[in-house]
Design a protein around this ligand. Structure first.
Ligand code: MN
Ligand code: MN
Length: 465
């Protein structure tokens, strides 16, 4: 190879270009990426709703010697704890040895709820030889994507007597699955003329749950009775118990490697478990002198509202309790804290190149994407992290050799989106968004790169160093 010219050398020194993490990783590091992905796929299959993801996270924390914390419990340096909020969100934390007022908290915040199709409170009806459940979708979905695929039913029912039964049907190979009907192309001429938001409408997202008539001439709704009988036999349910149920139809697909080379993973719910899992693992697997919190929260997909969303004061209460346990001034603790708000971003997709601005879009396999800002139009609704904090995070990553990139969700005027970052920042905590680039975000089956998953993990570990 010819010697590089003076100008070429200078250009290399002064210019910036993002790198493909697979390309620059050593053989050992690549092996680690692939090994890490195996645990992640199990986590995905074990937790398809926030309740199940919460349980799965608690199980992993327990395996690593963490124990439950409740408000008011004593805390000391070295403690490994988890705080469960209503079975739908969990904060896994490690108490460090550093002074809280000087060092603050190191926070990883991600969400464990995903877009899905929720069952209504009076859902069951029979028509045309079929029995269905009425639904109301949760989060931003393209409704037409949820028809004609196998679905599983997950959730909890509070029976009349107050007892709770958990439902999970459609995940085991021997389970039946459920289904949302679509129209055959032969009769779809009119449907195909509709815009995509209208191709399938909300009230058409009815889940097919039965077709066998009950053997009794005198009963009017025979298929409905068959379904009710099975629900009663299996779960002790009557139709009225749907009133106090929280059931969701989710894709019945398992997480699988994608591509001949297995570089990618296809799964339901990468948004945002592809951040939740590495955040959790970084805290349970690594010691730290800092006090580190991994917050796995609910309701991000509908605005972080309610008692389990990040806008609820319970999370700030927990931080205050930790501070109080060490006699620290909570205001000083917050002011010294740092947060990586871990949520996915859109990966540049050459099939839809026109919505991306290529220089600033997250490129698949180029590492976790730091979004200085999110929001829409003029950064509206965004936590716009400061250059100072970005500089700090950049140095942190540099020191640990994290391969990362910056990311912007699409072209300026095309659309946008928000994350939990602004709610943490509102507490007076320096926060920046970071996350894995996703292909087909919010679809029933999304795709990510194993390199980006591992880069996210490395970035979280760097925050703990
Ligand atoms: Mn998300
Ligand atoms: Mn989302």
């Amino acid at each position: 190879m010819a010697e590089k010219s003076k100008g070429q050398k200078k250009f290399e020194k002064l210019s910036y270009e993002k790198k493909n993490y697979f390309e620059v990783a050593s053989k050992e590091e690549r092996e680690k990426m692939f090994a890490f992905a195996e645990g992640y796929k199990k986590f995905l299959d074990n937790g398809k709703t926030e309740r199940e993801a919460c349980d799965a996270a608690v199980a992993i924390a327990k395996e690593h010697g963490f124990s439950e914390y409740k408000f008011g419990d004593p805390l000391k340096a070295g403690d490994k704890k988890y705080f469960i909020n209503r079975g739908k969100s969990v904060v896994v934390f490690r108490v460090g040895s550093k002074n809280l007022e000087e060092d603050g908290l190191r926070i990883l915040a991600s969400h464990i709820d995903c877009p899905r199709v929720d069952i209504k409170q009076v859902p069951l009806y029979e028509e045309g030889g079929m029995c269905f459940l009425k639904t109301h979708y949760y989060g931003g979905i393209k409704k037409y994507q949820w028809t004609a695929i196998p679905l599983a039913l997950h959730g909890a029912v509070i029976l009349k007597d107050g007892s709770k039964v958990e439902i999970r049907v459609g995940e085991d190979e021997n389970d039946p699955v459920f289904y949302i009907n679509d129209l055959l192309p032969h009769l779809a001429a009119e449907q195909m003329q509709q815009n995509a938001a209208k191709v399938i409408e909300g009230e058409q997202l009815n889940v097919l749950v039965g077709g066998l008539p009950y053997d009794d001439e005198d009963v009017k709704e025979k298929i409905k009775l068959t379904v009710l009988s099975i629900l009663h036999e299996k779960y002790g349910m009557c139709e009225e118990d749907f009133l106090s149920a929280e059931l969701s139809a989710v894709p019945a697909f398992k997480a699988r490697d994608v591509g001949f080379d297995r570089a990618l993973i296809g799964a339901y719910g990468h948004d945002d478990r592809v951040c939740s899992y590495p955040a959790l693992m970084s805290v349970v697997e690594n010691e730290s002198e800092h006090t580190v919190l991994c917050m796995l929260v609910d309701k991000e997909e509908i605005g972080s509202e309610g008692t389990t969303g990040l806008q609820c004061e319970v999370y700030e209460d927990l931080m205050e309790e930790i501070s109080l346990a060490f006699g620290a001034n909570f205001r000083r603790v917050k002011a010294a804290s740092k947060c990586l708000s871990a949520d996915v971003t859109a990966a540049y997709d050459p099939n839809f190149a026109n919505v991306f601005e290529k220089k600033n879009a997250a490129m698949l396999s180029c590492g976790a994407g730091i979004c200085k800002f999110t929001g829409a139009r003029g950064k509206s609704g965004s936590n716009d992290a400061s250059a100072e904090f970005l500089g700090e995070v950049r140095q942190m990553f540099e020191k640990e050799g994290v391969v990362w990139q910056t990311a912007e969700l699409g072209k300026v005027d095309i659309g946008g989106g928000g994350t939990v970052a602004k709610f943490v920042a509102n507490m007076n905590i320096d926060t920046v968004d970071i996350g894995v680039p996703v292909i087909s975000m919010h679809a029933p089956y999304e795709v990510i790169s194993k390199a980006d998953l591992y880069s996210n993990y490395r970035a979280f570990v760097a925050l703990m160093k």
